[in-house]
Design a protein around this ligand. Structure first.
Ligand code: AMP
Ligand code: GLY
Length: 423
């Protein structure tokens, strides 16, 4: 079978490495991938958001199955377009990807179906939003409605910060159309847990839980990033919490989407906060998380391709989804300065001994040499019996990757290790 994977980051590299283990697959194409994954997939020139070009490639090359990994092609309807050409896909159609594509949609869905989340108000009028933050509880959280490269959420600790966030989104249009509508919501407190799930629209199978480290600097300081490292499983996600989440969040969300005529198939990502009043949804993503995928999929013992096909065919309940009971840690090596400004184009050397556990996110070739080409350059995932060992291993292996301006956090997994119950 020929499989096409859309996207180019570390998450896509993790999906590709996992699919490579499937005996059914003969060739994997990455559209466009990056040169750091050239040993694992055939790279195809193109842009992940170019729906027409991806479909044309798939048709011309007799692709049997397509995994649409990033949010934007999903929201743009790449699955719908592939399906029109009878190419089955992993991922939701556009009418279900809206669960990530519009925060107004997802908040209204949760309110309508009683799914626990932060209290909120929606505004399309800037003056009304500005008036509201003069009296609302502070801190408060201001969110652009649409996709904003992970930057559309501002936690305002003062009224002035809230006003500035509203003005930058609605007047200065920092995120373009994504700021036409905004959500202003209650500030929640508690540990965060990422739970990715497989779903075929009826059955929902949570994957191993994970913990992201979103801030750029140690001790959760600095700017929000796409994620500087992850660990799995997340010790805050106890079996009691998991049970509550299944009953109050996971199943109700799948059912709500069905009732709305927007059946979701693929990977539904639940960004959760475990508050004093129980688990609440911070956000939904319509796709695998990055870098959550780099710790979750290496712990999957079942065949990923079999599971993916079952989400497409509606047969997920008949498929075994088995997880290792080990621990995983992914350490992201970034370019210093990320997520603001950073230099790229430096030679990137990865010791061949760690090739299997490296997920390359930002690399290019210059004069035949692999060079850095992004804020997040790569992730190193280690698997061990204990979380402590997995963390140690990833840090040790980071010495086996060299490039100028290498930057990483020093405390990935430290918080999890402090939690009682962490192995
Ligand atoms: P999002 O882009 O929706 O994942 O939000 C980015 C981050 O902002 C989340 O991972 C949380 O750490 C934080 N956040 C979002 N919403 C809230 C909220 N209502 N209360 C507290 N923190 C939040
Ligand atoms: N790591 C967070 C995300 O993928 O949205």
């Amino acid at each position: 079978m020929k499989v096409l994977v859309i996207g180019s980051g570390g998450r896509e590299h993790a999906v590709i490495k996992s699919l490579k283990k499937s005996k059914e697959i003969d060739e994997i194409f990455a559209f466009p991938g990056n040169p750091g994954m050239a040993d694992d997939a055939t790279l195809v020139d193109g842009k992940a958001t170019d729906v027409d070009a991806a479909v044309a490639f798939a048709v011309k090359n007799n692709i049997d199955y397509c995994v649409v990994t990033p949010d934007d092609p999903l929201v743009l309807g790449m699955v719908d377009a592939m399906n029109e050409k009878e190419i089955p896909c992993f991922g939701p159609k556009a009418n279900a990807a809206i669960i990530e594509g519009s925060k107004v949609f997802s908040k209204e869905l949760m309110k309508k179906y009683g799914i626990p989340t932060a209290k909120y108000e929606v505004f399309s009028d800037m003056e009304k939003a500005l008036n509201y933050v003069e009296t609302c509880p502070i801190p408060t959280v201001v969110k652009a409605d649409g996709l904003a490269l992970g930057k559309g959420v501002i936690i305002a600790f003062t009224r002035e910060e809230a006003r500035n966030a509203i003005i930058s989104m609605m007047q200065d249009r920092q995120f373009g159309k994504s700021g036409d509508n905004i959500v202003i919501e209650e500030f929640l407190e508690g540990p965060e847990v990422s739970v990715l799930s497989f779903t075929d629209g009826n059955t929902v199978v949570p994957m191993i839980s994970s913990m992201d480290h979103k801030r750029a600097k140690d001790n959760d300081e600095g700017l929000n990033t796409g994620g500087m490292g992850t660990i799995a499983p997340n010790p805050y996600y106890t079996s009691d919490v998991a049970e509550v989440c299944m009953k109050t969040i996971f199943k109700p969300t799948i059912e709500a989407m069905n009732k709305e005529g927007r059946t979701f198939r693929g990977c539904l990502y639940f960004g959760l906060m475990i508050t004093k009043n129980g688990p609440k949804v911070i956000e939904y993503n319509c796709r695998f998380g990055d870098p959550e995928t780099q710790v979750v999929l290496p712990l999957l013992e079942s065949d990923l391709f079999t599971i993916m096909k079952a989400t497409t065919n509606g047969t997920l309940k008949d498929v075994e989804v088995k997880w290792s009971d080990k621990n995983a840690c992914c350490l992201i090596l970034a370019s210093d300065g990320y997520p603001a400004s950073y230099k790229k184009g430096y030679p990137l050397v990865i010791d061949p001994s760690i090739k299997d556990c490296v997920y390359v996110a930002g690399a290019a070739t210059k004069d035949g040499v692999l060079v850095t080409n992004g804020g997040r350059v790569l992730g190193i995932t280690s698997i061990a019996d204990t979380l402590e060992e997995a963390i140690k291993e990833s840090y040790k292996k980071s010495d086996l990757v060299s490039f100028d301006n290498k930057y990483y956090r020093h405390d990935i997994g430290a918080k999890a290790l402090r939690v009682k119950g962490a192995k």
